[in-house]
Design a binder for this molecule. Sequence first.
Ligand code: ADP
Length: 431
Amino acid sequence: MMDKLKLKWKIFIFLLAFCGVLLFILWLFQTVFLSDMYKIIRRNELHEAIELVEENIDSPNLRDILLKLETDKSVIVAPTRDFVKPETPMPDGRGGIRPETITETKEFNLQDGQVISLTFHAMITPVNATVSTLKIQLYIITAIMILASVVIALVLSDVIAKPLARLNEGAKKLSKGNYNADFNGSGYLEVKELSDTLNSAAIELSKVDELRRELIANISHDLRTPLALIYSYAEMMLDFPDEITATQIQTIMSETKRLSSLVNDILDVSKFETGAMKLQMKEYNITESINETVERLSELLRNDGYSIVFEHSEDVHVIADEAKITQALYNMLVNAVNYSTNDRHIVVRQNRVKNSVKIEVVDHGEGIALENIPYIWDRYYKVDKKHKRAIIGTGLGLSIVKKIFELHGAKYGVESEVGKGSVFWFQLEAK
Ligand code: ADP
């Protein structure tokens, strides 16, 4: 309410100041400068009359011109020797006060060589009466203008303030966490633009908020389990220091690892979601890169009976973010390992498909039921929540994979059959 009042008053004061300046100028011209300006105008008229007579001095129309000058312009022209200053009869008959006049004498050369002298005489009517009329008019104009200022200030502030007040209502709702607040600012372009901006800001905020809620709900669960395990093992080790086993230490270590990979995944997901993840595109040898990843992982898992083989015929170069593509491939490989059953043989296949290269990760594990396939790419989606894994999974793996391929504009997908295994694949444009 205060702000609205302020705007109203501000506009009113501006308008008033504007009117004041206008009225001052008007007053200056109408009263102070009036008689001076009038004299200047009369003098000009006198000079124009002289020029007119000079042009027509030999013309037969001269008499008409002189007559017209007298009637239209109140300029009396007479031969200088005959000239007698005309007197205006004073209304009270005193005749004492002479009206002001401008008089000029000029000599003209006639065609026949004669020189005549003419006196031009312009009457100056007293302006005092006019001035007092104008003054009254000025008072009236002033009153009208002040009234108009008030009305304009009221109307204008209403037009400006109403849409802003509406936007403010929405913004208040938004600040209380109501992201459905619909900003409906119409009235003029600036407000329309502001409301569009606020609307998209509300949508962005709601996205971030939703992600935050989801993450906190899921993560707190995932963090609690390994933390509880670590704590109980540490407690046991404290109570029975003589009975510390390698398994206990191993458990603490693997749970710690699980925690840190969870934290990394969460950071990745939030970076992808907020759009803070930027790809570092450059040309590289994807065949070589895949080979390294496969070798590293198969080395790690050899003792557990897993074998990972990379099948490829040629070296292919792509333009992509190597670290991200490696991360995606790694996540797919980790899944292939995690969801393998008795057959622990995993194949990574590289094929040229026209101008692109297709990478497949083939496992012979449990497979995914058709109805679950659309959901596996979602954050935290797990088909079976109680699965035992060789490598720690967070349920975020495939959602990160999906984001990476989407950012690259790459095709990706999965073909799977329950009991037989899955083929996760992606396709990048080859250089
Ligand atoms: P996580 O593996 O940590 O649970 P992901 O996002 O990597 O999370 O995978 C989501 C779900 O998709 C998994 O829980 C699993 O049910 C299913 N899944 C992923 N990869 C495979 C695979 N190779 N074989 C069978 N199921 C899979």
